[in-house]
Design a protein around this ligand. Structure first.
Ligand code: ZN
Length: 312
């Protein structure tokens, strides 16, 4: 073999090694890409699972949660709709405000069916009433008796009754202090509260502002909706004639706070939301908003104003 042939052979060998190295390296890269691809797809798949799990809290699970509820509370929206039909005659004789109830109840029954799938700020159960949002003049509601003098929106009455029954079964009998209130009744209560502050040396204007933190002026009270209830435990009721913050120290409050959302109720005026609600902390005041909204509001520690902002 000549020198030239030897060199040519070496060159060919070198080239062969180079090609082999490139092939090995390329193969290595392809394997890495494949592994990466598999992990990527797995990650996507797992990620999808976990997000659909958490979003079930908000929208998709409304049917699931309400069907779970119906076993314990019999308060699903479909049942509310039927009770609404039964009650329309009862309440029309009782309340002067329900004169135009026939038109509105047909509108309301269709909207209450929609709330089984999603809440919107215009849902009947999410009506917002506060000082900045007085009740519309044409507002009407079908009321049914809860006990004795106490009346409640017929669509939410079963939920309230069930909550009270279950509280009693759990060893925490409750007492209603107020439910539906006419505007005239609110006016009386508000005027009395203003007078109380005037008697304590406040100017008329200061007294009105101060009183409004405790009793909403007529037209701005949530009690006009028939969806709000002042509830205390029988134990508290025996100790106190008035409604004071001390109720939060009673076991009955704990039961309500823990369980109200299961029946579609929220603690309407939480201690840490007074700046937003403009109402003093009221551990006794519960508002029906429906199970789906109530669970989100209570689990996230929101107030109704914040929740409505969130969904609108
Ligand atoms: Zn109240």
């Amino acid at each position: 073999m000549t020198k030239r042939e030897m060199e040519a052979l070496k060159r060919r060998k070198k080239a062969m090694y180079r090609r082999r190295r490139i092939a090995v390296f390329g193969g290595f890269l392809i394997i890495i890409f494949l592994i990466y691809g598999v992990f990527f797809l797995m990650g996507k798949f797992l990620g999808k699972n976990s997000t659909s799990g958490s979003s079930s809290e908000t929208s998709q699970s409304s049917s699931v949660s309400s069907s779970q509820q119906s076993s314990s509370s019999e308060a699903s929206s479909s049942e509310e709709t039927s009770s609404e039909e039964n009650s329309s005659e009862q309440s029309s004789e009782a309340e002067e405000e329900s004169s135009s109830s026939e038109e509105s109840s047909s509108e309301e029954s269709s909207s209450s069916q929609q709330t089984t799938t999603s809440n919107t700020a215009s849902s009947w159960n999410l009506i917002l009433v506060n000082r900045a949002n007085p009740l519309p003049d044409d507002f009407t509601v079908d009321l049914v008796d809860i006990t004795g003098q106490y009346k409640f929106d017929s669509r939410a009455a079963d939920a309230l009754k069930q909550m009270l029954a279950d509280a009693e079964a759990a060893g925490q009998p409750m007492v209603l202090r107020s439910t539906y209130r006419t505007k005239a009744r609110s006016e009386e209560l508000y005027t009395a509260k203003v007078q109380e502050f005037v008697n304590n040396g406040y100017s008329q204007e200061d007294a009105e502002n101060e009183a409004a933190k405790w009793i909403a002026p007529a037209g701005t009270s949530e009690h006009h909706t028939g969806l709000a209830a002042d509830i205390v435990s029988a134990e508290y009721d025996a100790d106190n004639w008035d409604l004071v913050e001390d109720f939060e120290d009673y076991a009955g409050f704990e039961w309500l706070y823990e369980n109200c959302a299961n029946y579609g109720f929220i603690l309407r005026y939480p201690k840490d939301k007074q700046e937003i609600t403009k109402i003093t902390y009221e551990p006794w005041h519960y508002r029906y908003v429906g199970v789906e909204a109530a669970k989100e509001i209570m689990s996230k520690g929101l107030c109704l104003e914040e929740y409505i902002d969130l969904i609108s």
